[in-house]
Write a protein that binds this ligand. Structure first.
Ligand SMILES: [Fe+2]
Length: 257
């Protein structure tokens, strides 16, 4: 009898240990979600993105990937800068390698390129357009221009409100991928225009040629993660982050040319 009791005790102890072990295997351990700061650090820094060796290098992004949120999310900006922009830049370097264009400025390349050369046209445009676009935005920006640019906008469009309506309309109606622009035309007058794909007003085929001072990317990659099909909402949000101080610098430089 004593032997039987002993065997039952050993069996009970064994079952108890097995139960505890199974509990450990199936126990749900809560893993904390990454904080916003951790997500950004996983994402990396724009300063770590480098183009391949070549004539053209990336324009430094003058703010962090999350600096324009919620108007433009960190994910959109990270993909746009480190993937799309990087690809245009690397492809441009490949397109000009070993050609007379290799030692020209990007503005000279754009004015001289053959529109039938699709690779050069798309990638030179992609490089220039995005380089300007990054600088046209800033955190805690928006509002209205001042000084010389404000005066010119009033003179050429009647009012800032008229300009805003015109620019937003141009960006909204651009069919498919493209860009909306504020340019200083060859007579020194401000004009609003748009271009398809990666074309821009510096190219010889531009409908309204001029020096771009404000650029808005309306390709879906610029807004689809944040706004899906609502391009109009993205255009409205862009006005919350326009760096008018920089646009005014662009204007002052353009009218001196
Ligand atoms: Fe883009």
């Amino acid at each position: 009898m004593k032997k039987l009791n002993f065997l039952i005790s050993v069996l009970f102890l064994f079952m108890t240990l097995l139960s505890c072990n199974n509990k450990k295997l199936t126990e749900v351990v809560e893993v904390p979600l990454p904080t916003t700061e951790q997500s950004v650090s996983i994402m990396g820094s724009p300063d770590d993105v480098k183009a391949n060796e070549g004539s053209f290098q990336l324009e430094k992004l003058p703010y962090a990937y999350n600096a324009l949120a919620p108007n433009i999310s960190a994910t959109t900006l990270e993909m746009h800068y480190s993937k799309h922009y990087l690809t245009y830049t690397n492809n441009l370097n490949s397109a000009v390698l070993g050609t007379p264009l290799e030692n020209l400025t990007i503005e000279e390349v754009l004015s001289k390129l053959d529109p039938n050369d699709a690779a050069l046209r798309n990638n030179a445009g992609g490089f220039y357009n995005h380089s300007l676009y990054w600088k046209c935005m800033a955190p805690k920006a928006g509002g209205e221009p001042t000084n010389t640019l404000a005066e010119a906008i009033t003179k050429d469009f009647g009012s800032f409100e008229n300009f805003t309506t015109l620019f937003k309309g141009e960006a909204t109606k651009q069919f498919g991928s493209g860009w909306a622009w504020l340019v200083v035309d060859r007579t020194g007058k401000l004009q609003v225009t748009s271009t398809s794909n990666q074309d821009n007003p510096l190219m010889s085929n531009a409908l309204i040629p001029g020096t771009p001072i404000l650029a808005l990317d309306v390709w879906e990659h610029a807004y689809y993660l944040d706004y899906q099909y609502r391009r109009k909402n993205y255009i409205d949000a862009f006005f919350n982050v326009i760096n008018w101080k920089k646009v005014e610098e662009n204007y002052d430089a353009a009218i001196k040319k």
